[in-house]
Design a protein around this ligand. Sequence first.
Ligand code: APR
Length: 276
Amino acid sequence: MRGRLAIDGGVCTIGRMTLEAEIAEAARLFDGAQLVAVASGAGISKESGVPTFRDAQEGLWARYDPQQLATPEAFRRNPDLVWSWYMYRADLVGAVEPNAGHYAVVELEELFPRVVVLTQNVDGLHIRAGSTDVVELHGSIRRFKCSANCRGDPTIIDLSAIEYTGETAPPCPYCGARVRPDVVWFGEALPPAALERAFEVASRCDVMLVVGTSGIVQPAASLPYRAKQSGAAIVEVNPQPGGITPIADVFLRGPSGRVLPRLVAALRARRRKQTR
Ligand code: APR
């Protein structure tokens, strides 16, 4: 949130701007934008019912720390435990729908020549909502690959073509190594092509809308900094300040499912006024 210095009768007060006023200020930053980048994290999917990575895990998985499960070592040590956790999460994600925040991001494509979504999420909800240019930095929980990448990186495996259960990581049909989710685990490199495209977009965008990320995990957390260095305006949407807030030109404090539709409405109103 940004304060405004208000002087009334010689008394200086720092009054918080209303969210509406901050949204109007954010909308102004999009004027003339040709390339809009949307950098999203787990928070944008929270209102769809997908727990964020750093939320406490529910129920059965509460006793496990995700950062202990989402690693190559964990998979080597106990492939069936890791497989079961991802099957549970894939089922959870398959049962939920994109929320108003995802759909607001889709609407940006009607207002700007190019909109590219750079997401850390593996839930596929941006694509299901209808975003047409999505870079999945951390892969997808709905895609699977041979853990040995026996036919090139990645060797994608079509689960519908093999026998498998929710409890046991099945063998690769080509080489017998275990099948795993096509996601980036802690300690693993991001897909080079995705990473290169993300930094290229960050370097060239006019505005970067940063939504629902704690701004902790690298290299994704560096994207807004690259955008800022390249002259882009940074607008952040999050109920809490985090690692990106210090460089945000406007920080819209609130849940993205509520704030993003209001930002899009303000952008549409501004566009109508400008084309009168
Ligand atoms: N709307 C917007 N943001 C929200 C909402 C909401 N309704 N609810 C929570 N948030 C914010 C939290 O305040 C937090 O800043 O979403 C963010 C979630 O942070 P993390 O759980 O750290 O998720 P993320 O930033 O995406 O993590 C990055 O780290 O754990 C790894 O690979 C994993 O992709 C993940 C990456």
